[in-house]
Write a protein that binds this ligand. Structure first.
Ligand code: SPV
Ligand code: MG
Length: 300
């Protein structure tokens, strides 16, 4: 179902937006905010685990985090699968598990393993085209949900290669079975992704990650033939700035009173995952057990 929803979003005429989440809580907030889907970012999941974005986290660690997101949301989740955690064989194992756990799709980047974050350094290597096409084919042959989306992430532009090289690679990945192309750029302006979108001419859906060119306008994106925008790290960045602000304020004042307006109430925290339901469950199942509403054993 979720894979079907992601596929439908990619092919919609209107622009769709995937928002980053790095754990169950942020995934729930993305759903509350009515985004069309969730980007399970390698950068933000790794950072939340205290690790660096170069495959220091194992694929099973990532899988557990993503499963916790599926447990608390109904939105389609696109996993940032880096370069596939190894060879085509690792890709096969991962895709089978993602389908079992209700994840809607995977993005695979044409980079060697381990994959270092695209914003680190300038001279990062690309994978050989035939090796990467093998990973795409392996992913498509391993999916157990027909709608599962395999998205080929073209890293030619972020590694200093030409637009023609990006288009050449994208054509090979489409021929290998990719359902869509993610074209990444780290320029401060959107010109190269717009040029890519125009020349690609909707041969498959195209996704972009406008981290370094956030001023790009939705109507310009759509007119360039791009179908989906990924806001790849904004929830984590918001969390870091908000936590820093509150920590500094409380530390300096030796009091939490000044921070009250910047933080949600404890009641809102409890509501997020429906603590009220426990009171109902106590009435159904808790006879002789603990009455949470009154804080003493039932019947006491
Ligand atoms: C991520 O969110 O982990 C990405 C996007 O891969 S980027 O950090 O821009 O490489
Ligand atoms: Mg990543």
């Amino acid at each position: 179902m979720r894979a079907h929803d992601l596929r439908a979003e990619l092919h919609e005429d209107r622009l769709s937006f995937l928002m980053e989440a790095h754990n169950a809580l942020s995934a729930r907030i993305v759903e509350e905010s009515r985004f069309e889907g969730i980007w399970a970012s390698s950068l933000t999941i790794a950072t939340t685990l205290g690790l660096r974005d170069c495959n220091e986290a194992s694929w099973t660690q990532i899988l557990d985090v993503v499963e916790s997101m599926t447990d608390v949301t109904t939105l389609p989740i696109l996993l940032d699968g880096d370069s596939g955690f190894g060879s085509y064989n690792n890709v096969r194992l991962l895709v089978r598990k993602l389908c079992q756990r209700g994840v809607a799709g995977i993005s695979l980047a044409d980079r060697p393993f381990p994959k270092l974050n695209s914003f680190v350094g300038d001279l990062q290597p690309l994978a050989a085209i035939d090796e990467f096409c093998g990973k795409i084919k392996a992913a498509k042959d391993s999916q157990t949900d027909d709608d599962f989306c395999v998205i080929a992430r073209v890293e030619a532009l972020v590694t200093g290669n030409s637009l023609n090289e990006a288009l050449r690679r994208a054509s090979s990945y489409r021929a290998a079975g990719a359902d869509a192309i993610l074209v990444h750029s780290k320029r401060p302006t959107p010109h190269e992704v717009i040029a890519f979108g125009r020349q690609w001419a909707r041969r498959t859906p195209v996704l972009i990650v406008p981290t370094t060119y956030p001023a790009i306008r939705p109507e310009v994106i759509r007119a360039s033939g791009i179908s989906t925008v990924i806001w790849a790290n904004h929830n984590l960045r918001a969390a870091i700035s908000s936590m820093r602000h509150v920590c500094r304020q409380i530390r300096a004042a030796q009091s939490a009173i000044g921070a009250q307006r910047a933080i949600v109430s404890v009641g809102e925290v409890l509501e997020l995952f429906d603590h009220a339901e426990l009171l109902h469950a106590d009435r159904l199942y808790g006879a002789g057990g603990y009455d949470r509403a009154h804080g003493h054993p039932t019947g006491a």
